[in-house]
Design a protein around this ligand. Sequence first.
Ligand code: DX5
Ligand code: ZN
Length: 225
Amino acid sequence: MPDAFKGIRIAPSILSSDFGRLGAQIAEVMDAGARVIHFDVMDGQFVPPITIGPLVLSGIADQVHDAGGVVDVHLMIEDPDRQFEDFAKAGADSIVFHEEATPHAHRCCHAIRELGCLAGVAINPGTPVETLSELGGMVDEVLVMTVNPGWGGQPFIESSPDKVRRMRSLLGEDVLIEVDGGIGTKTAGPMAAAGATLLVAGSAIFGADDPAQAYADIHSAAESG
Ligand code: DX5
Ligand code: ZN
């Protein structure tokens, strides 16, 4: 696993960035210490909005890699396995698909690893942790959604720390646990204390006047959680 994924990491989600100056926004958070850039893909089917795909990924991947970082691709799409190869070729370091979007989670994990990426599975707030109980050893990263997927800026679901604790005890210490949605200085500490190590933050970073400072504040909150 690349070092960029190890330890407590805050992953800025470019969903809330200014796409007119995407490269500059990525540079700003990476200069502040970010090493994982979170890349949200939506298809207008699994969730209503449509966002970005492999072409945009290929436009930023070299910048992120040259700065010692990785790109964490979160696929909120139906039939995710049809797209893995294109995202891997475009520079994804991890590919996270939704368990609700395919009956073939086990096969998907295998396919992602074959492409040389970390294999990740996400679950929605309404999906129980036990759904992933047969994937131990197959999955590198589990994303526990702390809002319903589809939009930035939604309020954090308060029962999430308990869910992360249950996921940690189900899958053990070897899997990365990621949380996504409503993460900021108030929620980062409790999520890290519950066992999450990869904390995605979109609007709390790119919606702030000073994204670099916001990144640093959330990182300290997670470290002291
Ligand atoms: C939402 C996306 C998130 C989003 C989080 O479905 O998966 O990554 O950017 O946004 P915030 O941090 O604003 O809740
Ligand atoms: Zn996301």
